[in-house]
Design a binder for this molecule. Sequence first.
Ligand code: HEM
Length: 377
Amino acid sequence: MATASRTLSRALHHTQTAFAFRTTTPRRLATLGPKISSRRSYANQTPKPSSKRAPLYGGAAAVLLAGAGYYAFALKSMKLDAIDPVKVSSAAGATSGLGKPTTEDYQKVYDAIAKRLLDEDEYDDGSYGPVILRLGWHASGTFDKLTGTGGSNGTTMRFPPEGDHGANAGLKAARDFLEPVHEQFPWITYSDLWTLASVCAIQEMGGPDIKWRPGRQDRDVSYCTPDGRLPDGSKGHDHLRGIFGRMGFNDQEIVALSGAHAIDRCHTDRSGFEGLWTFSPITMTNDYYKLLLDEQWDYRKWNGPKQLEDRTTKTLMMLPTDHALIKDKDFRTHVERYAKDQDVFLQEFSDVISTLVELGVPFTTGEEAKKVFRRTE
Ligand code: HEM
């Protein structure tokens, strides 16, 4: 099978270059690769509404259709023809014919995402997990605590102005990956779907349990955030504090969040940067921090943006913003803590991701509504 040979060649490639850094055994050996052999099917059907409630749902559907029609017309007149009116009905915050979805309903959505992550193993380094995580982060990281704008309530990246921002290059792959799941569970808002998918990707890549609750509403194109709210990898510590401080994060949280760069890579056709951060690109570990501290990092001489490479193998990379975490002494304290103890990192990563995916959401539920979803076995 092409998949097997591809997985093997990836493994060989990684093994050839990895020996110098293979210092960590992932807490859970939950790389997506080995799971591929044990695919299973899931019960993903959404419950059908009872016939007694049919008129109510019929009426609601008519209102929604009319609403969607209006949105389609309004958006078309704004020359945003690329927007699918069906998606726009969700932008208006449509829920379902389900009544109030239960935790088990969301578990079914989780299972469907996890199944797609296992099945679609030909993408990039063998998983959509990293790009899905990046989607959830970019959808949430636009938050501005002073104005209350942006954040994970809205998924305004569905619309051209925001979807076309340079920082979001490549995320269409993640948005498209989640479309069939939304078609299967049309009652879930995109805002809940994208953030739940990020949590699912982390868990399925061997990361920590992450608490998540529903309650986000989609918003229309008028809520798109301006370009420039996400970090620029070529900058330093002041920039990181400025960007993440605007979201409400402190030094420890900035360092914990950056640990997401334990997984996967930069692509020249997206950000212009190139290369892997670690030798285990689809498994969540604390190797990112270990490498930052243990390796010597030199500026790469190449015809591309300013980035660093490891002196030993010259096959790994760090962005200037990653490197800033060891140059700044307050950031560095946390890098050292996480490099020393993977469990501490995973716990604090879990907490900060749970906060990240809630930025800007006026929840009507309390902390008790937050649940950890079951991973695939
Ligand atoms: C600290 C500031 C950050 C900067 C400057 C930054 C920048 C970047 C850049 C330039 C890429 C490469 C994109 C590409 O070429 O495909 C990338 C990838 C990635 N980033 Fe970040 N990022 C930051 C923080 C974060 C955070 C907070 C998370 C998640 C919590 C995250 C998750 C990821 C992931 C998973 C990828 C790999 C995506 C893929 O392989 O498709 N990053 N980041």
